[in-house]
Design a protein around this ligand. Structure first.
Ligand SMILES: NC(=O)c1ccc[n+]([C@@H]2O[C@H](COP(=O)([O-])OP(=O)(O)OC[C@H]3O[C@@H](n4cnc5c(N)ncnc54)[C@H](OP(=O)(O)O)[C@@H]3O)[C@@H](O)[C@H]2O)c1
Length: 249
């Protein structure tokens, strides 16, 4: 966070997983945090309760980032409650792993609209605010855009597009003092990866073997990096895509 003032942050997909850890870390630095979710109201309220129990400020707001109307409502609600939004973490995403032959048009729409269009819509909404000064957008990509694992072509393609979008958006928004960066997490233990059966799988064992720091990530591993990128300490960093994967690449 800026050492000079607390900020207002929206973290998309913060009802669980990495988003929940990132929301808690931002709140811990004094930001008022909007915990966005799509379906899991209970999870989002749990994240809010954890933040407020620690003296932080947070509200939960439902919005599907793949829909412009929802995104506009999300920003309106955030501004009503806390004022202009100057930190945006685009964390919401969906993934399904399948061989090339298993990719359907429906799954293409689902992953591309959530992972890429969602990131574009929220970035537009942040930039549409004409009353913000310096601001920071952090897009959550994946180390998979470097490791290119098989059966992840659609997901990795959507996140590679997010990486490219990050660099271009940084150029367009830089003159207004809006920084745009991305982080590339490594395989991590979250509700999402648990639902895919990742813990205890051969893929997890391989990921750990390939990771110099010798373990998978946790939601707590990413908050400090995102909080740094959101802060004025990172004022000279924009258009970067930063690997945070215990060295897996
Ligand atoms: N976990 C990993 O190993 C890993 C590795 C690399 C990168 N990442 C990236 O890290 C981020 C978080 O992953 P995770 O594993 O923590 O995910 P997760 O446990 O599956 O949680 C996903 C979150 O995104 C929300 N979400 C999904 N679609 C949404 C939509 N259309 N609008 C708003 N919110 C939506 C979900 O909300 P509801 O549950 O309320 O619907 C949930 O809060 C993703 O961008 C993922 O690609 C994860």
């Amino acid at each position: 966070m800026s050492s000079s003032h607390a900020r207002t942050a929206i973290v998309t997909g913060a009802s669980k997983g990495l988003g929940a850890g990132i929301a808690a870390a931002l709140a811990g630095t004094g930001a008022a945090v909007v915990v966005n979710y799509r379906e899991d109201a209970e999870g989002a309220e749990r994240v809010v309760a954890g933040i407020t129990a620690n003296g932080g400020r947070a509200i939960a707001v439902r919005a599907d980032v793949a829909h412009g109307d929802d995104v506009r409502r999300l920003f309106e609600r955030a501004r009503e409650e806390y004022g202009p939004v100057d930190v945006l973490v685009n964390n919401a995403a969906v993934a399904a792993f399948a061989p090339l032959s298993g990719i359907t048009e429906e799954e293409f729409q689902r992953e591309m609209t959530t992972n890429l269009l969602g990131t574009i819509l929220t970035t537009q909404a942040l930039a549409a605010q004409d009353d913000i000064g310096a601001a920071s957008i952090i897009n959550v990509s994946t180390a998979g855009t470097l490791t290119h694992p098989p059966y992840a072509s659609l997901y990795v393609a959507s996140k590679s597009a997010v990486n490219a979008f990050t660099v271009v958006a940084a150029k367009e928004l830089g003159p207004r003092g809006i920084r745009v960066n991305a982080i590339m997490p490594g395989p991590s233990d979250t509700e999402g990866t648990r639902a895919m059966g990742f813990p205890g799988s051969a893929q997890e064992a391989q990921a750990i073997a390939d990771t110099p720091l010798g373990r998978t990530g946790t939601p707590d591993d990413y908050g400090p990096l995102v909080a740094f990128l959101a802060s004025d300490d990172a004022r000279w960093i924009t258009g970067d895509v930063i690997l945070a994967s215990g060295g897996l690449r």
